[in-house]
Design a protein around this ligand. Sequence first.
Ligand SMILES: [Zn+2]
Length: 130
Amino acid sequence: MENMLETVEHVAREEGGGPVTVIHLRIGEMSGVNIDALTFAFDVLKKGTVAEGGRLEFEQVPLEAKCRACGASFHPDEFVFLCTSCSSGDLEITSGREMQVDYILLDDDSKTDDSEVARTDEDGEVEADA
Ligand SMILES: [Zn+2]
């Protein structure tokens, strides 16, 4: 979490240093990230940083695997890791384990795209009531 805030402060400085309003994160389905815990930690740690007035937004990244035997890409169901095309167990997880800062919105950015700010996750309901 501290690393994420460092990334956010670094990017905010590069983008002009304005206060951060939104931090958009991509959270892999199999990343093990607990969104409630992450939101709570963020609300504590953001105090005194450029992200103090900001909030987190989450985008869930589905788990995806690629079969090394036949090259098929697919979404493993119920965490059964067998290729859906050839039943090989020799798979590479290509996405779904990440937790990354996708983009950051700053308050003083006149070029801010409002439609992006207003966008909500399919899951919604991840905002913490202060
Ligand atoms: Zn296969």
